[in-house]
Design a protein around this ligand. Structure first.
Ligand code: SF4
Ligand code: SF4
Length: 305
């Protein structure tokens, strides 16, 4: 497998607004994400712990799924614990416990991805340098396995990758996904070992009242995110149970997080909200990354030369 990522970032940015035929590949099948994040990067239990321990609990956010109301056997699903009602949503569940991923947040940033020239405000991974379109944690200890292996799992399962979608709309075949052999480390995390490893289950649906509503509205609070982050960090691979001591510890650490990522997300959001006003400083200028992220401690990226 070989990819040409220069000027792309198609898997790090929600570029549906630039597309004439925006796809919704995360919303196929009977379970639909409650959030509208495109290309969420699901983290493993150990990665969630590493991010929290490194002080980046404020970079993480959960994803839950709603059972498509049009799907059949709705009552069977509830009776068998495959769904549970929280805030009026039929939330996908495992043995009656709401199931979720933990991924990286995507604030609006001024970017010109997928080979386009003009920058615009688009939901973008918290760790993407908006100017170079390179990952600020590429190759370091926190670099998620999901990103390091992308699009290996797509090739393994013969599912179209974002690289190919970018080619289809903004380039030529083979321009992004240059070579298609399946890498050796592309094994998907499916089956029982996924539970507690990458798919988590919250043991107390009642504790999620109000939180699910806010997640579906795209407005989770810090406390909402920490509740799921702490639960994921306290999971055990292959098991449903949560270690409550670990949960309390990781939840508190996630809530205390005060990293450059969290501060930059707030700043980006405020600038994007104000971008309609006549404030030249809030123009969609990728070089703002220097002031918004690097001045707060974000690692620089090397550029493409
Ligand atoms: S979509 Fe493919 S080519 Fe584009 S940045 Fe991601 S891995 Fe690279
Ligand atoms: S962690 Fe890096 S490679 Fe992964 S989505 Fe974010 S910016 Fe892209």
């Amino acid at each position: 497998m070989r990819v040409n990522c220069e000027g792309c970032a198609g898997c790090c940015v929600d570029w549906r607004a630039l597309s004439a035929t925006p796809d919704d590949h995360e919303r196929v099948g009977p379970e639909r994400p409650l959030d509208d994040v495109y290309n969420l990067v699901p983290l493993t239990r150990d990665e969630v712990r590493d991010f929290v321990n490194a002080g980046f609990g404020d970079a993480l956010t959960p994803r839950l799924w709603e059972r498509d109301p049009a799907s059949e056997n709705e009552s069977d699903d509830a009776a068998s614990g495959r769904t549970v009602d929280v805030d009026g949503f039929d939330v996908a569940a495992i043995a009656g416990r709401p199931a979720f991923f933990v991924g990286l947040r995507k604030p609006p940033k001024p970017v010109a991805p997928v080979g386009t020239d003009e920058s615009t405000w688009l939901p973008t991974c918290a760790f993407l340098d908006p100017e170079s379109l390179q990952c600020r944690i590429h190759g370091d200890d926190l670099y998620p396995d999901e990103c390091a292996t992308y699009p290996g799992r797509n090739l393994l399962m013969d599912v179209e990758s974002v690289c190919e979608r970018v080619e289809r709309e903004f380039g030529e075949p083979g321009e992004r996904l240059v070579e298609k052999s399946v890498p050796e480390d592309a094994a998907p995390l499916f089956g029982p070992q996924a539970l507690g490893g990458k798919v988590f289950a919250h043991p107390e649906p009642d504790a999620l009242d109000g939180r699910v509503d806010r997640l579906a509205a795209g407005e989770p609070t810090d406390d909402d995110r920490a509740e799921f982050v702490g639960t994921a960090a306290a999971a055990s691979p292959g098991m449903l149970d949560r270690n409550d001591d670990a949960y309390e510890r990781y939840r508190a650490r996630a809530l205390d997080a005060d990293s450059w990522v969290g501060a930059a997300i707030d700043d980006w959001q405020a600038r994007a909200d104000g971008a309609d006003a006549t404030n030249a400083e809030d123009d969609a200028e990728p070089a703002l990354g220097e002031r918004v992220e690097e001045a707060r401690g974000a690692p620089e990226t090397p550029g493409w030369d």
